[in-house]
Design a protein around this ligand. Structure first.
Ligand code: FES
Ligand SMILES: [Fe+2]
Length: 341
């Protein structure tokens, strides 16, 4: 099995904010098990899910105020990981501790810092400006368990060329198979883009706007290493100047993918979409269903690739020009992982 080094000093998506309340839940990130809960002041606590006495998972215990009481012998740890109560002891020693992880919330997600706590900077948590723009509405999706290495999913999210083959009924139109793909590294981000000029509207855009004919369509895949992808995609009436930046009358969406690497062969894909049209229960439900269908199409391919990768044999792969952006993305993750040490 191929293994990839993890970049620890980074903010990772942990859970939807809506799923974290005053109960103990578990999440697995970079092969570490966490117990997660919301404190009384609304902030989120994440602790290592193993009691340092005999390693009983703290998630089997009880939340008392902002502290977790171990369900085995009652050692109790506050949200900073410090033991604040030990049955039979007047005062537990300061060395009784469990690891705690910095958290933050942004875009309806809880984010967790898996590296050195002193390096956690909440101003660096991912946030897209349009999320707060009243001209946009949010369609919050779900969380797909993908049985594949998260960088294989990242490859997919740096790659507009698979769309016409994998997403025939959702994100693709008949045109666009041969149009040129460009990419560029910008700091710890890779942007990959392609334009399809003078083609039909893609199926998921149908009903959102009537352009009365063909459109110019763009896809800009922004991959923020290690685990955030934002796909800026949209359409405007052909010949109205969209490629030059004139997009006053267009369908504009941002598909945001927040990937939690679970271990070497599984990850969780949280997704939401921002669109430049108001919320509408019927349209939003249809969009959510269509996008879920599309992301399931990716999941099916990626899980099958993972099963091949897991076979005990040496594969020879053919590199293609279209792999340039995912090669750069993986290099960035490697660089981030190397600087963790
Ligand atoms: S295992 Fe937690 S108190 Fe004993
Ligand atoms: Fe896809």
């Amino acid at each position: 099995m191929n293994t990839t080094a993890y970049a620890y000093n980074a903010w990772y998506p942990l859970a939807w904010s809506r799923d974290i309340a005053r109960t103990l839940v578990t999440r697995r990130v970079l092969e570490e098990d966490l117990v997660v809960f919301r404190n009384e002041d609304g902030t989120v606590a994440a602790l290592e899910d193993a009691c340092p006495h005999r390693l009983a998972p703290l998630s089997l215990g009880t939340l008392r105020g902002d502290a977790v009481e171990c369900g085995y012998h009652g050692l109790t740890f506050d949200c900073s990981g410090q033991c604040v109560h030990a049955p039979g002891m007047a005062r537990p020693p300061a060395s009784f501790q469990v690891r705690s992880y910095p958290t933050a919330e942004s875009m309806g997600m809880v984010w967790v810092w898996m590296g050195k706590p002193a390096l956690a900077d909440r101003s660096q948590v991912f946030h897209l400006r349009e999320y707060d723009d009243p001209g946009y509405s949010v369609v919050e999706g779900d969380a797909l368990d993908v049985q594949a290495n998260y960088l294989n999913l990242a490859d997919n999210l740096c790659d507009p060329t698979h769309v016409v083959f994998v997403h025939k009924t959702t994100l693709a139109s008949a045109s666009g198979q041969e149009t040129r793909v460009e990419h560029e590294r910008q700091g710890n981000k890779v942007v990959t883009w392609r334009w399809v000029l003078d083609g039909p509207l893609i199926p998921v855009f149908e009903g959102l706007k009537n352009f009365g004919g063909n459109v110019d369509r763009w896809h800009y895949y922004h991959y923020h290493a290690p685990s955030v992808a934002v796909i800026d995609f949209g359409s405007a009436k052909t010949g109205t100047g969209a490629p030059e930046g004139k997009r006053d009358d267009c369908i504009q969406m941002y598909a945001c993918h927040f990937i939690t690497p679970v271990d070497q062969r599984s990850c969780v894909q949280h997704w939401l979409v921002l669109k430049n049209s108001p919320s509408d229960p019927a349209i939003d439900a249809r969009l959510r269903a269509n996008l879920r269908l599309a992301f399931d199409e990716d999941k099916r391919v990626l899980e099958a690739i993972q099963r091949n990768e897991d076979k005990p044999r040496q594969w020879r792969r053919i590199p293609l020009g279209i792999d340039g952006s995912s090669i750069k993305m993986r290099r960035i993750v490697q660089e981030m992982a190397a600087t963790d040490e």
